[in-house]
Design a protein around this ligand. Structure first.
Ligand SMILES: NC(=O)c1ccc[n+]([C@@H]2O[C@H](COP(=O)([O-])OP(=O)(O)OC[C@H]3O[C@@H](n4cnc5c(N)ncnc54)[C@H](OP(=O)(O)O)[C@@H]3O)[C@@H](O)[C@H]2O)c1
Length: 367
């Protein structure tokens, strides 16, 4: 396999190392913004040198963001090249278009590292859909928020202190909005839902409530109740479609969820015949993520399925059917309320619009 590699950042540089150690894969050319002395391969600052090179069969996109990643990925597929990417933002926003283009061009498009970083989650999910009906996907899909919540629970410290520490350690970006408000987890959830249920749901229909409003006093209250807080992305098939949301959730300290700490992820599925399955591990990081990118490349070289699933039924998200108990804290104090997911997120939006203090967390059902 001759690869055109786009980007030499955290994941790109790790992929470069892994690919060069792997027999049969060659980095034919690397796209950079400025030539890099640390990369010992042909480099270019012009994507045309990659897309017009007939020897390159696969483009690995690791620059991130929507643009110019979208233009590069679509041009590569139009030129008959396979694409492997870890870019959840791009694949989630343009899911239908990119999969349709890959099918039309007869090329492969894979993005296993886009959800779960180093965990082969999307790959495993797709395999299972071939032989069972998946009915729910859920879990800790964002390492940054899990690090912050774990640190707050361990140390009793405030959110802002732990966000700063997460940024210092490289777990959180300078602008942490996508992570802490739940948008990053939402994108991973949308990809998981699309693959698990053979559908296509719009990212904008999934309500997200993140952790930026949490206080040390909330964590202390959870501890007194024997509970820990995690940011959970959840979706399940319903009679009318799919219910999906991202929100903080409270779990017993003795349960499996409570033991997933730091930047790790735990992602689970429920299927009719195999029952429940969980996947845990490094949800981010250069080498874990790059290993999933390389595994996608090797599967393409081995002639495996070009994309995860063929079916893409458009489906709406509806959160009226799922009623659960919520911890709700406002200026007036904390209480517990039974609400549907739709009602809870509408309440959160009302407080946000009025710029009033608010935090909520769903109480996970005992299983
Ligand atoms: N990091 C993780 O743990 C992780 C986990 C899962 C998925 N991902 C995904 O993997 C992708 C890459 O993430 P990352 O953490 O490796 O990001 P990163 O460290 O910021 O690397 C991106 C690299 O691409 C370069 N770049 C930007 N625009 C470019 C262009 N037009 N041409 C050539 N190079 C360009 C950047 O250069 P400058 O720095 O000079 O701008 C940077 O070196 C993203 O889609 C991310 O969501 C990352």
């Amino acid at each position: 396999m001759k690869i055109g590699l786009l980007g030499f950042g955290t994941v790109g540089s790790a992929f470069y190392t892994l690919a060069r150690e792997c027999p049969g894969t060659e980095i034919a050319r690397l796209l950079v913004l400025e030539k890099l002395p640390q990369a010992d391969c042909a480099q270019t600052t012009d994507f045309a040198d990659i897309v017009n090179d007939p020897a390159i069969d696969t483009v690995v996109e690791l620059i991130g963001g929507l643009h110019p990643a979208y233009e590069f990925v679509t041009a590569a597929m139009k030129a008959g090249k396979n694409v492997v990417t870890a870019n959840k933002q791009l694949v989630c926003a343009c899911y239908d278009e990119l999969v349709t283009l890959a099918e039309k061009q007869g090329v492969a498009l894979r993005c296993t590292a886009a959800a779960g970083g180093g965990i082969p989650w999307l790959h495993s999910l797709a395999r299972l859909t071939a032989c069972d009906r998946v009915t729910a996907v859920s879990g800790i899909m964002n390492g940054t928020t899990n690090y912050i919540l774990s640190a707050m629970t361990d140390q009793g410290t405030e959110y802002a202190d732990n966000l700063r520490e997460a940024q210092r350690l490289g777990y959180a970006e300078a602008d942490p909005t996508a992570d802490v408000e739940g948008y990053d987890a939402c994108r991973k959830l949308v990809l998981s839902v699309n693959i698990a249920f053979g559908v296509s749901i719009p990212e904008a229909e999934v309500p997200c409530f993140g952790i930026s409003g949490i206080a040390a006093a909330d964590i202390a209250a959870f501890k007194r109740l024997g509970l820990v807080c995690k940011l959970i992305a959840h979706a399940e098939l319903t009679e009318n479609g799919v219910a999906a949301c991202v929100e903080p959730m409270l779990f017993p300290v003795s349960g499996q969820m409570a033991h997933i700490n730091g930047p790790d992820n735990l992602i689970s599925l429920r299927a009719e015949r195999v029952g429940a399955q969980s996947f845990a591990g490094a949800g981010a990081g250069g080498f874990p993520t790059a290993s999933n990118v390389l595994a996608d490349c090797l599967e393409i070289a081995a002639g495996c399925a070009p994309f995860y699933i063929a079916e893409r039924r458009p489906l709406s998200v509806g959160n009226d059917g799922l009623r659960q108990r919520y911890y709700v804290r406002t200026d007036a104090g904390a209480d517990s309320r039974l609400m549907t997911v739709r009602e809870a997120h509408a309440l959160a939006a009302e407080y946000k619009n009025n710029q009033q203090p608010f935090f909520m967390a769903a109480v996970a059902e005992e299983k």
